[in-house]
Design a protein around this ligand. Structure first.
Ligand code: GLN
Length: 202
């Protein structure tokens, strides 16, 4: 493609600005996406963290599910972080009964999975596709990935402690998702990885 791709950050609810800044840092054009018209100008979208039950309700009210699912089926790359990972998952455990998702990611995720005591925490994880240097991952009432379908690539697991081996970053075709918040650190490698994915598809 010619020029930088436009990666919108879905602004139904959640942390938008940090993603826009990280995406711009790695050479994409970016901005908050609040209307379907803005969505039509996107080559890809980030679905940010926030509260997936609220996000799902707002998406339903404003008619976002159909255009998002259509775009995803047509191959639009999407990157979901935390609540955004929940929004991209095919199956969600501990969801509100009426909670819908965009879907497409062949995984089962569990909401608020780490439990009360360790509700929010930070830890260094190894993410081989990003290089040898560990990634500092910030988890905030995070979901985890309980199981993955056959086409899903596991990019990272928790390295040590009680939760060692828990899957926290995945890729399935054009869909990328993390349980944690890469936009809350200055390490933009996940955003760069995603923008590289976008450049390969547009
Ligand atoms: N616990 C939230 C949810 O279920 C996700 C939290 C987050 O995005 N930081 O949607």
């Amino acid at each position: 493609m010619s020029g930088a791709p436009f990666v919108g950050v879905l602004a139904l609810q959640g942390d938008v600005r940090e993603h826009v800044e990280a995406l711009e840092t790695v050479g994409a054009r970016s901005g908050a996406v609040r209307t379907l018209e803005e969505f039509r100008g996107c080559d890809a979208v980030v679905v940010p963290g926030g509260e997936s039950t609220t996000m799902s309700r707002l998406a339903l009210i404003d008619g976002w599910f159909e255009p998002l699912r259509e775009a995803r089926s047509a191959g639009m790359p999407m990157f979901g972080t935390c609540a955004g990972m929940i929004m991209l998952a095919d199956q969600v455990l501990d969801a509100r009964p009426d909670q819908e998702t965009i879907g497409g990611l062949d995984v089962v995720v569990r909401r608020n999975a780490f439990g009360r005591q360790v509700d929010s925490f930070e830890t260094d994880i190894s993410v081989p596709v990003l290089g040898a240097e560990a990634f500092h991952a910030v988890f905030i009432r995070a979901p985890w990935v309980e199981s993955v379908g056959s086409g899903v690539e596991v990019l990272a697991e928790i390295s040590d402690g009680d939760r060692a081996g828990t899957i926290v970053a995945i890729r399935h075709g054009g869909l990328l998702a993390t349980s944690f918040h890469p936009e809350l650190t200055s390490d933009v490698r996940f955003h760069r990885y995603f923008v590289d994915m976008v450049r390969e598809t547009v």
